[in-house]
Design a protein. Structure first.
Length: 165
């Protein structure tokens, strides 16, 4: 029995169209890593323990969906590419924040850890994605936020800025 993935790109439902882009298990993990500044193929491969061919296909899909953009750089005389968030990719922060909260509440880890949190870098307190810090009430832009993933590091990691163009 063959299981063929249903395409949702042309359906009226925006959730269906979003699933068409983000429904692959690697898509959100790649975007999570790009959100905290990961850019290079080797970094994604090492962190996710993903096969080269699978990663290459997933990165291409995210570029085609305009969530990432390929930016060339030179390495040892060879042209390679970095993958950087676009504004559309950066706008997935509230979705990832909600998924992290849902996963913390309804799934169990082999080794429990403190939850992922967004930190307002100016006041140092936990906040939510949005216009205002829930602690100090100041306006919060993306560059004012950091993501704390306690199982990775005790230090919050500033969010990557999306490319403009």
């Amino acid at each position: 029995m063959s299981t063929k993935r249903t395409a949702w790109a042309d359906v009226p439902c925006p959730i269906g169209r979003a699933i068409d882009v983000l429904g692959d298990k690697w898509a959100l993990l790649i975007l999570r890593n790009a959100t905290v500044g990961m850019k290079r193929f080797d970094q994604f491969r090492e962190d996710l323990a993903i096969a080269d061919n699978v990663l290459s296909t997933r990165l291409s899909r995210l570029v085609d969906a305009r969530l990432l953009v390929r930016v060339p750089y030179r390495d040892d005389g060879r042209t390679r590419h970095e993958y950087r968030l676009t504004a559309a990719g950066a706008d997935l922060l509230p979705v990832m924040h909600a998924l992290a909260a849902w996963g913390q509440r309804y799934t169990e880890a082999a080794e429990p850890a403190e939850p992922m949190t967004l930190i307002h870098r100016e006041c140092g307190h936990e906040t939510n994605p949005g216009d205002k810090c829930v602690h100090c009430g100041r306006t919060v832009d993306r560059q004012d936020l950091a993501w704390l993933r306690p199982w990775r590091s005790p230090e919050p990691v500033p969010l990557a800025e999306p490319v403009t163009s």
